[in-house]
Design a protein around this ligand. Structure first.
Ligand code: ADP
Ligand code: MG
Length: 619
């Protein structure tokens, strides 16, 4: 610069008092991660390029940008990082007012101008906030901006060390556009490494519509894809584009569903969401939160804005809104009503999609196999979406093949049947053979078999569907008494009052009750639960979790017609002690439900003795 024949005059300008304060704020506290400077500068460059393209439409003096891209050039020897664009550029006046004062953000004024313009003609503007430029001083101790306004010949260099004043000097630039030269601080040299820069650009600016290149060994290498797929209209996007982007998000399958829409009016956002076709390989699933990406005007903001409730965490993709500032704070992400409204709309849209995809039963099963338990979490988590979620649930059933739904079940209910019955356990196959179902089978009543861990919980929060109570068979003994079995057992059931009393005495605290039941046909005994309080599966979970005190002892239900019990009743009538047999019966009931006997060793001995005495008698 100093080689020029005519020594250009150097103008000195004071930053206003506000700028001084602002700089301090930006450098020391506004941004938690300082790599954001690059996002801001790339955003400004993209912004300026959009503006030039836009102004070239109406102003014949302005040519469209020759090369619509942003160049990042690190120079280790000079310890500078340069960000260049072919955008609209800045005049002397622009620079003084845009880079020297605040609250007169050029972009903001431009934004207002645009309000009256056709949406298609509106270039998308990134930095509407007005402090981004100063973030350069987080990493640089001196910043020089050389710029030439499109449609003019004059170029100027703005320079400052970010402390009180800046200088303006006549300069030269071959074409319109802007170069920002950062003289990096000693502790910010990492941003002179192309690899490091690429990581930052990929993280923050990938899918900016403008290509960004990083110079490596004198060559400009593309650092982003240069498209924001979600902002295009559906007609412009091919299936393949969607899949590429889906893979770019880190997936290997092809999406089961792709949702792409744009909301305009009260809320302005674009969304591109995917429902995977496979369970993600994430055995830990540790934070159980949605990691949908939030963008503001194409720029990536965060994947932690919880754009969907946790139970829709299998949905992947991007939500991009116009309605937030680019440097939205963490606090704001949690509290702003704008995001709350968008979250709600996005959640509803996903539910609507599931509802429509559920019409194709075979296809929906694939989804259900992968993510069904998460929808049950949704029922458990809040009441808000129960109405939408309930018909989306699928179940194995005691009488229907494959998967069935609550509406299907209700359609098959017997006229005199009052409730929807369920049986919960660890494994659907063993549930299907469980003695718990005998009495229901005998009466032709269907039971839904629940074998997901979450099944112990959600029925607590949704105790009915279409006015029909949802009830566990282990709590439904009373209902069965009202329904006649298809084949009535012969004769009156024997009176076992004395036996029941003897069993109660023998089992003491290990049962909360002993009672006769209509639930059994072939088996002698079964565990039951009180009509109030936790169901059997919940009791098991409580015990496994070491919360014995919250789990009431089970009810022992006996089949008074079973020959084992009639024989025992005879013993009791004779005055024989039946304590050992009582223990064995309770243990059998436990084993039947997949639990261990109370005392496995003594159970084994009792069964051995019983077998030996039977075989001894036979042999
Ligand atoms: P904002 O982008 O939110 O307006 P910034 O502090 O990032 O705030 O930038 C201030 C202003 O400086 C911009 O509004 C724009 O007018 C101008 N500016 C910054 N960078 C460039 C650039 N590369 N080309 C043209 N103008 C720019
Ligand atoms: Mg900006």
């Amino acid at each position: 610069m100093s080689d020029t024949v005519i020594e250009p005059t150097v103008e000195r300008h004071d930053f206003g008092a506000e700028v001084g304060r602002l700089l301090d704020l930006v450098v020391h506290s506004l941004y938690s991660e300082r790599e954001i400077f690059l996002r801001e500068l790339v955003a400004n460059a993209a912004d300026a390029t959009d503006r030039r393209r836009f102004e070239s439409l109406t102003d014949p003096a302005i040519a469209p940008p020759p090369e619509a891209k942003v160049r990042i050039v690190p120079d280790k020897a000079a310890r500078t990082l340069t960000i260049s664009d072919d955008g609209i550029g800045m005049s002397h006046e622009d620079m003084v007012s845009n880079l020297g004062t605040i609250a007169r953000s050029g972009s903001r004024m431009f934004g207002q101008q645009l309000k009256a313009t056709n949406p298609e003609d509106r270039p998308s503007l990134i930095g509407q906030f007005g402090v981004g430029f100063y973030s350069a001083f987080m990493v640089a101790d001196r910043v020089e901006v050389t710029s030439r306004r499109a449609g003019t010949d004059a170029a100027w260099t703005w320079a400052s060390d970010g402390r009180g004043e800046f200088t303006m000097q006549a300069s030269a630039r071959e074409t319109a556009g802007t170069d920002i030269v950062l003289h990096m601080k000693a502790d910010a040299e990492e941003y002179l490494e192309p690899m490091r820069l690429e990581t930052v650009v990929r993280k923050w600016a990938d899918h900016v519509t403008l290509p960004v290149t990083i110079s490596r060994d004198g060559k400009d290498e593309p650092a982003n894809e240069g498209t924001a797929l979600w902002r295009k209209s559906k007609a412009e996007v091919t299936e393949e584009n969607y899949h590429d982007f889906y893979r770019h998000l880190g997936n290997f399958d092809t999406p089961w569903a792709t949702l792409h829409w744009r909301a305009e009016g009260a809320m302005e956002y674009s969304a591109l969401l995917f429902i995977p076709d496979m369970k993600p390989f994430d055995p830990v699933d540790n934070d159980r939160e949605s990691h949908l990406r939030l963008h503001v005007r194409r720029m990536f903001i965060t994947a932690d804005a919880k754009m969907l409730p946790p139970w829709l965490r299998f949905v992947q993709g991007v939500v991009d809104t116009e309605d937030l500032p680019l440097n939205v704070s963490r606090e704001m992400l949690q509290t702003t009503p704008v995001l709350a409204r968008i979250r709600k709309a996005v959640t509803n849209r996903v539910l609507t999609e599931l509802k429509s995809k559920a019409k194709d039963a075979a296809d929906y099963e694939k989804f259900w196999d992968n993510f069904g338990p998460l929808l049950k979490e949704g029922i458990w988590e809040n009441n808000e979406h129960q109405k939408d979620l309930a018909p989306l649930l699928r179940f194995k059933s005691s009488s229907a093949e494959g998967w069935t739904s609550l509406p299907d079940y209700v359609g098959r209910m017997k006229p005199e049947q009052e409730a929807i019955y369920t049986l919960t356990g660890d494994n659907a196959e063993s549930l299907a053979r469980s003695a718990q179902l005998e009495g229901f089978r005998a009466r032709g009543i269907e039971v839904l078999l629940l074998a997901d861990p979450i099944d112990a919980f959600w029925p607590d929060r949704m105790d009915r569907f279409e006015e029909k109570p949802i009830r566990s068979v282990t709590q439904g003994a009373a209902d069965l008494a009202k329904l006649a079995p298809t084949e009535a057992p012969e004769g009156e059931a024997p009176d076992v009052t004395a036996l029941v009393a003897a069993l109660k005495t023998a089992l003491g605290e290990d049962v909360s009750d002993v009672r006769t039941t209509d639930r059994l046909v072939e088996s002698a005994v079964v565990l039951g639960a009180g009509t109030a309080g936790p169901d059997l599966q919940m009791q098991r979970l409580l015990r496994r979790a070491g919360r014995e005190s919250f789990a009431p002892a089970p009810v022992l239900e006996i089949n008074p017609r079973h020959k084992l019990l009639t024989a025992l009743a005879a013993r009791v009538a004779e005055g024989t002690d039946v304590a050992d047999e009582a223990r064995t019966l309770l243990d059998l009931a436990r084993v039947q439900d997949g639990e261990l006997p109370r005392d496995p060793a003594s159970f084994a001995r009792r069964v051995e003795q019983a077998l030996a005495s039977v075989l001894g008698r036979v042999g």
